[in-house]
Design a binder for this molecule. Sequence first.
Ligand code: KIV
Length: 287
Amino acid sequence: MKGEKVTTITFQEMKDQGEQIVMLAAYDYPTARMIDEVGIDAILVGDSVSNVVLGYEDTLAVSMNEMIHHTKAVSRGVDRALVIGDMPFMSYQTSAEDAIRNAGRFLKDGGAEAVKVEGGRGVIDKIEAIIESGTPVMGHLGLTPQWIHQFGGFKIQGKTSEAAKLIVEDAKRLEQTGVFSIVLECVPRELSKIITGEVSVPTISCGAGPDCDGQVLVLHDILGLSGMTPKFAKKYVDLAPQIQEALANFREEVKARKFPTRNHSFKMEEKEIKSLKGYLSKSREAK
Ligand code: KIV
């Protein structure tokens, strides 16, 4: 399934036409190809690669170089989907200059077409600088995992009217700054519905309910590969037990000498075997 290339402009058109935007976080070439082929609109090379694929404790650990490495792999697998690189912890918080340089690397070296930046009022100047330098930005509000130590853990954000007001204000600031869309993560569905009505740019829900302009989930969660699927994600297939069964079968067959069979081996012609054996016996005699 192929269609027209998705751009940041397409995102806005989809919101305006009431078409849901479908997005996945993914990190490598073969899965990027499959995601692109079924017509999913965007791939976020999320900093969740840190804990989902690289085995780090949290998303704070992943480096710029690791993010670029994964973004390159995803970009090589994609023709249609919009590729968005996720700015890792401390790649933009430090200064506008760092933010511009690191965002630019996602486009220049990684082949992405946009970046995602976590945070609102605290990083508005960095987001503005990135956009002014020519790199489109997707905002990210609510339960932003890079701020987890400030939140005191993975807690739903914006549950009180006071907390919700700050998130609505941040969404409006992001809109004014020129982001092309905003991810809303783990906020109550009532709040994400209000924000979606208040801002003109598309909102993408990650555990923020059905009333946003699109949805994003982590590929490994929907495939049953990430151990623990969060409450807001749906496991569309449970691949982990199937993969383990295949691995156990491989082990058993090798131990029992059932693999490889003739079908999995290459054959040498009779005359070549004869000639090889002749050569070996002659060299033995010569010794
Ligand atoms: O890193 C990530 O996977 C994300 C989510 C919004 C999907 O930021």
